[in-house]
Structures are given as C-alpha cells and as structure tokens.
Write a protein that binds this ligand. Structure first.
Ligand SMILES: Cc1ncc(COP(=O)(O)O)c(C=O)c1O
Length: 314
C-alpha cells in the first residue's frame, strides 16, 4: 500500500500533515516557484524511473534566482529528498513529483523581499495528461503568453499559471484538448503546459528561448533523440501562427504530456489530420527511454526501488 509522503518544513511527514496556513504569502500572492518531475513505472522490471532529476533541480534553482528566492539545501540534498519522497510514498505506477520553493512568511504585503523562503516536495499518482495515441486537437488561444517584461515565462512561477489556466480552460470549454499561446508579438510561444515542435521541410523547428517559453527539459530530450536516432536537423526560431496550419507534423513535449502529437490547430488538420510518422517515432523512442528500456540513456534516469534494495538509501 502506498504511504503518500511529503517533505515539508524540513522533514518527511505524511502528506495529510503537510498543510500551509491561509496567511502564507505564497498562497495569497502566487510567490512560489515549482517543478514537475516524472516517475515512470516499468511493470516488467518492477521499477519506478525518475527522469532527469538534476535538470529539474537546476531549473528550480534558476527560477528561484530570477525571483530572488533562496534554497537552503544543496543540489545533492534536493536530489536525495526527491528520491526519498518517491521511495517512502511507494507508488508502483506513474507519478508526478512536485518540488516547490515558496514565500512562507505569514504576512500581508505585496513584495518579494524580507520574507522567508521554504522548500517542499510532494508526490502524486499521475497518468496520461493528454491522449498520446489520439493526439491533441488544439486552438490558438485568445490569451497571450506572459512576456519576460511582465512575469518571466522561463521561471516556473506559480502565479504565472493563471495565464496558462485561462488558456487551457478556454480551449477545453471550446471543445479542444489544449491551447497554443502566442507571445506578445504574435509568434507561437507554447501550450499551457507543453513546448511545441514543428516538422517542416524535413527539419524540426521549435520557438527560441526568447519567445517567452519555459525552457523545456522534455523539449531538449525530444530534439536530442530526433537528432541522434532519426538524423533530423533542429532549428530554434520564431514560428508564425499560419506555419502551424501548413506544418507537415506538429507535436507537444512536456513532463506531464510526454510527447503528444498534435492532429489539428484551429480546426485545420495537421498534415492529413492523423498522428504523423516522425512524431510517432520520437514518441516511441521517448517512452522506451523514460521507462528504462534504452540502456544508453540510463544515466538520465534514477531507479527508485533498485537503489533502495541495494541499501543505497540506508
Ligand atoms: C508552460 C510550460 N511549458 C513547457 C513545459 C514543458 O517543460 P518540461 O518538458 O521541462 O516539463 C511545461 C511543463 O513543465 C510548462 O508548464
């Protein structure tokens, strides 16, 4: 039986005891930065593989730096905490691990300074976010992506996600699976929780880091797999909305959504409107890799239960 465990205020506690006070600054003003780390379950091996933990720790540090927040633990400690919440919780299924640095002071007042920073972690079972087989039907959102001059999208700030949530809800209420947001100058930015990759003229193209995107870990991974295994060239540049309509293939990448093909944008079919062959190949490689079935990529993964069995977590 799983025992949902959190890391909260410096110790491991049962999840139901990890509660914040209603006056907590982060709850009132969205003053927190967070990450999402996947644990992917391999049934045959009886193993849960955490994906690129150190990269996520590095990114939460970058988010914290941008927001002038401090983390009182070392990278090694943070990695250990992530592994421990997964191990102690004991889920034998796909999970999502949520590290967060938040303004913990119980105080009213809009600011980032003179407030205490705390770190927490929890883990929750988490299956497919978008349908990986059917692909996603998307709409261009009427909500523009936040700009680096307002709230930096490269920092994973909780408060920013109001922007994403507005776009996602608009898309869902209009009968679509996911939103594609344009940035302030009208170029394609990203989905509500995913980066976007387009196949055109035999090349994979994705918006540049300066197009107000979260600099995705799955994006980098998918592009690397495509380069190595399919020999595809990769380009980072701004993408126009109408390029999406004439793309040969489109897909989304994200910790939650993995690699999800896009079959339609604004009711215009992508290619012939079915899952594209290149997207499918990259998706297959990705699923093989994150579940520990590609030995050359095992150093991207942390096996939760194997390490425990050999006493590495003693
Ligand atoms: C807004 C946004 N864009 C892109 C991504 C994809 O990033 P990653 O692949 O690192 O999860 C996420 C998910 O974390 C996200 O929330």
């Amino acid at each position: 039986m799983p025992t949902p465990t959190a890391f909260f205020e410096g110790q491991f506690v049962p999840l139901e005891q990890a509660n914040i006070n209603i006056m907590t600054h982060a709850f009132n003003y969205g003053t927190a930065v967070f990450e999402g780390i996947r644990g992917n379950w391999n049934e045959e091996q009886g193993e849960l593989y955490l994906f690129k933990v150190r990269e996520h720790i590095e990114r939460i540090r970058q988010s914290a730096k941008i927001m002038r927040m401090s983390i009182r633990y070392s990278d090694d400690e943070l990695v250990e905490f992530v592994e421990q919440v997964a191990l102690r919780s004991g889920y034998r299924e796909d999970v999502y691990i949520r590290p967060m640095v938040y303004k913990a002071t119980k105080a009213v007042g809009v600011r980032m300074h003179n407030l205490d920073d705390e770190f927490l972690l929890f883990v929750t079972p988490f299956g497919a976010y978008l349908d990986p087989d059917a692909g996603a039907r998307c709409m261009t959102s009427s909500w523009r992506r936040v700009d680096d001059t307002s709230i930096p999208a490269r920092a994973k700030v909780t408060g920013i996600y109001v922007n994403n949530a507005m776009a996602k809800t608009e898309a869902n209420l209009n009968g679509f699976d996911e939103a594609i947001m344009l940035n302030q100058d009208g170029h394609v930015s990203e989905g509500s929780g995913e980066n976007i990759i387009m196949l055109r003229h035999g090349k994979l193209i994705s918006p540049a880091p300066s197009d107000n995107i979260l600099e995705g870990i799955t994006l980098d991974t998918a592009l690397a797999l495509a380069k190595t295994h399919l020999g595809l060239d990769v380009e980072r540049r701004s993408i126009d909305r109408t390029e999406l309509y004439i793309a040969d293939e489109l897909f989304m990448t994200g910790t939650a959504a993995h690699v999800t093909p896009i079959t339609e944008v604004d009711r215009v079919p992508v290619g012939d409107g079915t899952v594209g062959p290149v997207s499918k190949q990259i998706q297959d490689l990705y699923f093989q890799m994150i579940t520990g079935r590609m030995p050359q990529y095992l150093d991207w993964l942390t096996p939760v239960f194997k390490d425990a069995a050999v006493g590495a977590k003693a």
